[in-house]
Design a binder for this molecule. Structure first.
Ligand code: M6R
Length: 647
């Protein structure tokens, strides 16, 4: 959480920093600030609330400097007030610092600094950093020869005293031609290389309108940006030779186009991203071997020894003698993982456990050999998921020095911290997602799980070939069917959503492979509309939650023809008998059987196994329009941030 930016060059820094912060506002939007150095003075503005408050302040003053740093905050230590907004300063206002992360040992550092006479003006953990830098700069005995600059030396000494995961950028009035940046742990920071100008930012969208040449700083690296270039060192003091890479992402991706919100745009991008993802990973030249294709119920097709129809590009050793799978994830990625569990168990016959990363890291399951561990995180930066994976990596290295470390990441940001941590990745290829509510990245995470489960089914010989082909054919038809929902249901759901302007509670019911879709429907509604919502396995309602129901509580039931269809309808009847308004997510073809529903949000008919990808679409639209009609900030809901990079 929190976004940081920095600029050194020849243009007006404040404008570039402001534009960069606008691209990073998804990381936090409680308060924001800028600091620049001009004529050996630090100039700074800070404002509580959204970035436009800072922009309004900036419009009233002149900040002509060609060097500066900026920050958009998601509060951890200290309320979202102006005095807690970054940048923070030393006692003399000669050093300014922005930080993303948490300084875990800030209390003891602050006490020691106070004892030396430093006074603090905020409740933040960050403020200790400029004061510590001030201490080193003020003490000639503390300074070391042969370092690139005194400011670099001071920051270098200070970061070695900080505990926690953080990314910082530092400027100084007395060293006006450099920015020093550093990273420790899971707090991303990248450097942009322009023509005679250099940038830093928490994420690449803040850089792409200036340069495509970008380098990601790794943990325990520190860099000095000057007008002449960039020098990078390890915290241990070793000079590093690193080469930027050229980004593929273009500036237009970070644009709403004609949509009112990023979330709506991203919902509408789903047919395209599902299509692209399938195209990237399914072999176009693959065909069912004719001799193997003929099956009947008693004689399923034998399994071919030929090539899998899926090309995920993973190490073969990942699959060898696999006994089970464990998955770590949070939020929407956790919901996708629950569907992944269903697929891995039902298609590939692999026992699978899904854990909240935030829980697993403090109570790991007993270590077992031959376990594939999967971390699912769209951003690749979620601190809990990265920590759980790191713990697992260390355990595997300790317990099984001879066998391969079986770690796989599923992410939408292959260049993220996750990409650096795990040796194998499935990139969900959905393009940058800006809206805080995950939509297109969720459906592409599901596609990744379908493909992984099918590839494993192929290699483990748990499904006949023709069944694999049938599922693949079904997957290929999904983009068209999502398009159909968007084209035929979008406006109807927009209108329908008005009926819930005053609603305070919602219940979502699903079973089997669609239970996680009920959870996801409830999460989408909660996070953007602030309506209390619960997702429940339909069969569990009678064990307690049914007590919540009355005519004021709408119940959305996901009723997909298949293994639990009649059960869900019976559970829905039970809710209706308690006066709940019943909304059905179900295929139109079955509306006669489903006349129990007060309202229908129809979806095209597909086999139950593939239905989650269609069932989630009307739920995304419903949440979106309920929140939009209430006039809420859909893309930046209160208290949230897109990447949760703190514990
Ligand atoms: O980037 P990640 O997938 O690791 O994020 C996990 C959750 O923070 C995220 O899914 C969150 O729940 C979303 N806001 C849901 O829409």
């Amino acid at each position: 959480m929190c976004g940081i930016v920095g600029y050194i060059g020849t243009q007006t820094a404040s404008e570039i920093l402001m534009a960069g912060l606008e691209k990073l506002e998804y990381r936090g939007y409680d308060s924001a600030g800028l600091a620049t150095v001009f004529d050996h003075q630090i100039y700074s503005i800070r404002a509580k609330g959204k970035l436009y408050n800072l922009r309004n302040k900036l419009a009233q003053i002149d900040m002509p400097a060609p060097i500066g740093i900026g920050h958009t905050r998601w509060a951890t230590h200290g309320k979202p007030e102006e005095h807690n907004a970054h940048p923070h300063f030393d006692s003399q206002q000669r050093v300014a610092v922005v930080q993303n992360g948490i300084i875990e040992n800030y209390r003891e550092l602050k006490d020691a600094l106070k004892a030396k006479g430093h006074t603090f003006t905020s409740e933040t953990d960050t403020e200790v950093i400029p004061h510590l830098i001030e201490e080193v700069l003020a003490d000639p005995r503390a300074q070391r020869p042969f370092t690139p600059s005194p400011l670099f030396d001071a920051v270098h000494q200070v970061v070695n005293r900080l505990k926690g995961a953080f990314a910082i950028a530092v400027i100084s009035a007395d060293h006006p031609n450099e920015i020093v940046i550093a990273r420790q742990g899971a707090a991303p920071l990248c450097i942009g290389f322009g023509q005679g100008e250099f940038f830093c930012a928490s994420d690449t969208p803040a850089l792409v309108s200036h340069t495509q040449a970008v380098l990601h700083l790794e943990s325990h690296e520190i860099a000095r940006l000057t007008h002449l270039g960039v020098e990078i060192y390890s915290f241990a003091g070793e000079r590093l030779n690193k080469i930027p890479r050229i980004l593929e992402v273009s500036a237009s991706l970070v644009d709403k186009h004609t949509f009112k919100h990023f979330m709506l745009k991203e919902i509408h991008e789903q047919p395209g991203v599902v299509r692209d993802c399938l195209q990237a990973y399914l072999r176009s030249d693959w065909e069912l071997e004719p001799a193997l294709a003929k099956t009947d119920a008693l004689h399923p097709a034998p399994i071919s020894s030929g090539q899998s129809p899926i090309q995920l590009g993973l190490d073969a050793a990942l699959y060898d003698n696999l006994a089970q799978v464990q998955i770590f994830a949070c939020g929407t990625s956790w919901h996708a993982s629950l569907i992944g569990k269903y697929l891995l168990e039902q298609l590939a016959d692999l026992p699978t456990v899904v854990q909240y990363a935030s829980e697993a890291r403090y109570a790991p399951a007993p270590w077992r050999p031959n376990t594939l561990t999967i971390g699912v995180t769209q951003s690749g930066e979620t601190a809990d998921t990265l920590a759980a994976l790191t713990m697992e990596l260390q355990r595997s290295q300790r317990e099984a020095a001879q066998s391969p470390v079986r770690l796989l990441g599923i992410t939408n940001r292959s260049e993220s911290s996750l990409g650096q941590l795990v040796p194998n990745l499935i990139d969900t290829r959905a393009g940058l997602e800006v809206g805080v509510a995950a939509t297109k990245t969720f459906v592409t995470q599901l596609i990744a799980f379908y493909l992984l489960a099918l590839d494993l089914a192929w290699k483990r010989r748990t499904l006949p070939q023709d069944r694999i082909q049938e599922i693949i054919n079904g997957l290929r038809q999904l983009p068209g069917k999502i398009e159909l929902i968007l084209n035929t249901q979008g406006e109807k759901i927009e209108e329908f959503a008005r009926e819930f302007n005053e609603t305070q509670d919602f219940i979502f019911l699903g079973r089997g492979i669609n239970f996680p879709i009920a959870l996801e429907g409830a999460l989408k509604l909660k996070e953007i509309s602030y309506i209390h919502a619960e997702g429940y396995p339909a069969g569990e309602m009678k064990h307690g939650p049914i007590a919540l129901l009355d005519e004021k509580v709408p119940v959305v039931a996901i009723a997909t023809p298949g293994s639990v269809y009649e059960k869900v309808l019976s559970n829905a009847q039970e809710a209706k008998a308690r006066d709940a308004r019943l909304i059905g997510i179900t295929p139109k073809e079955f509306s006669a059987e489903t006349d129990i529903f007060d309202d229908l949000l129809p979806v095209p008919l597909v086999e139950e196994l593939l239905s989650p990808i269609l069932n989630v679409i009307p739920l995304q639209l419903l949440s979106y329009y309920i929140a939009a009609h209430r006039g809420l900030d859909v893309d930046q809901p209160r208290n949230l941030a897109k990447s949760v990079t703190v514990e």
